[in-house]
Design a protein around this ligand. Structure first.
Ligand SMILES: Cc1cc2nc3c(=O)[nH]c(=O)nc-3n(C[C@H](O)[C@H](O)[C@H](O)COP(=O)(O)O)c2cc1C
Length: 257
């Protein structure tokens, strides 16, 4: 038996058909004014359970529940744009600890993020106690590869791989693991927003992500499951830098056809 299954309680179903309309898998039909699933196999996206006015539709096998919407949550578009406009990569951090509740909120943003085919394949490794030990593994790896990188990149030649090359003394780093890279990156972006809303500074470490996927030692240290890869690494802490204005970007490149 599948871990999760759509269950429709016929006593509660009023045959309104809302679940039928939202079902992208076309897996619900009305028979005698009652909703019924067609196949047991389903995307399990849960839209039917979120739209039913009588709570007649549910998915079995979850330990987590549903939360009723109290009202429409709408952010102001200009404010959202400003958050995007003024966010900067932060590499200077204060040593202050991030409260557990804030870390949990950031992880919650990742957990709640939508995934292709509702795969829910994204998981997280919070590096705190082991952060420097794991960073050291990445440093060793990059130091080995540096002579090769120097051959091709003047920017690489200009860099030294210091002891804090990846995490910049930030109090924590979160590695986002996923089967599907896009899913992991979407989760990471939402996590960044929640981190920033809590006054934190964030850096996406592409270098650490690269090291994690290249090093068997790092994979073992962070217990990366088989079939998953690091999709992103968020370096997090309270910023010790204040940016006073936005930075310039190229003109919008877009075609309307
Ligand atoms: C996917 C991704 C990976 C990145 N990896 C690193 C990194 O490994 N180290 C680093 O110092 N900056 C990294 N950055 C930061 C970029 O260099 C930075 O976003 C860019 O220079 C623009 O600056 P801003 O983020 O302050 O606007 C990364 C950014 C992105 C989006």
């Amino acid at each position: 038996m599948e871990r999760h299954q759509i269950q429709i309680n016929p006593d509660q179903c009023i045959g309104c058909g809302r679940c039928v309309k939202v079902c992208v898998a076309r897996n619900i039909e009305l028979h005698d004014h009652k909703a019924k699933t067609v196949l047991r196999n389903c995307l399990l996206c849960g839209q039917c359970t979120a739209v039913c006015p009588k709570e007649a539709v549910s998915i079995s096998g979850y330990t987590t529940g549903q939360i009723e919407k109290k009202g429409e949550v709408r952010l102001k578009p200009e404010e959202v744009l400003d958050v995007i406009r003024f966010r900067r990569s932060v590499r200077q951090f204060r040593p202050d600890r991030i409260p557990g509740e804030v870390v949990r909120q950031i992880l919650e943003a990742g957990r709640l993020t939508h995934t292709a085919k509702n795969m829910q394949d994204v998981s997280f490794v919070v590096l705190e106690k082991e952060k420097e030990r794991v960073e050291q593994m990445a440093v060793s790896l990059f130091r080995k590869g540096k002579p090769f990188a120097d051959l091709f990149s003047p920017m690489a030649r200009n860099q030294t791989i210091g002891e804090r090359f990846f995490f910049f003394n930030a109090p924590i780093a979160i590695v986002v693991l996923a089967k599907d890279r896009t899913n992991g990156i979407l989760a990471a972006q939402n996590m960044e927003f929640v981190a920033e809303a809590n006054g934190l500074g964030v850096l996406f470490s592409g270098f650490f992500t690269m090291a994690a996927n290249a090093s068997r030692k790092i994979k073992k240290a962070i217990e990366m499951p088989r079939g998953k890869r690091a999709a992103a690494t968020l370096v997090l802490g309270y910023p010790d830098v204040k940016f006073l204005r936005s930075v310039q970007r190229e003109e919008l490149e877009v075609k309307y056809r």
